[in-house]
Design a protein around this ligand. Structure first.
Ligand code: CMP
Length: 138
């Protein structure tokens, strides 16, 4: 069983599509084993996205991620990292496949509704960034 971190970003929360994202997870037999809502500080967003700190979009991305509450979840399932990435679609919604979350709801390469870990190593870092062992069930 694999685990991954999912974030419903401020655009997803403010547009009332938390339920729609969760519905798609459940419909695809992905289990939620931890969940909470947070309003990130700038320092917390910068720490989470530290791998991108040299990228030109880092300032804008961390501003956006602190612009409103987010929902963070730990997902569990077989091959869930890849499976959730397929449900999300490409980072750039213009390249996302039909029927994916980003194709259906993203409005911008940055405001792309959801985040998902991209590898087991990243997932371990990202899950421990937001959750301790007592907050993860299963
Ligand atoms: P995410 O999967 O959370 O990982 C990094 C985020 O940076 C990405 O989704 C987008 O929200 C944002 N971003 C903004 N511009 C770019 C870009 N040119 N390339 C990749 N990610 C970008």
């Amino acid at each position: 069983m694999e685990k991954t971190l999912s974030i419903i970003k401020p655009d997803g929360v403010s547009r009332n599509i938390i339920g729609e994202v969760i519905r798609r997870l459940e419909e695809n037999s992905i289990k939620i084993i931890a969940m909470k809502m947070l309003h990130l500080t700038k320092a917390q967003a910068e720490g989470f996205y530290a791998v991108h700190k040299e990228r030109p979009f880092f300032g804008s991305l961390t501003e956006f991620m602190t612009s409103g509450p987010v929902v963070v979840m730990v997902l569990e399932g077989e091959n869930v990292i890849q499976k959730y990435r397929e449900l999300m679609g490409a980072t750039n919604y213009k390249e996302a496949a039909e029927g994916t979350i980003r194709k259906d709801f993203a409005t911008d390469i940055e405001k792309n509704v959801v985040h998902g870990s991209d590898s087991p190593e990243t997932a371990a870092f990202e899950i421990s960034y937001f959750f301790n062992n007592f907050e993860i069930v299963g």
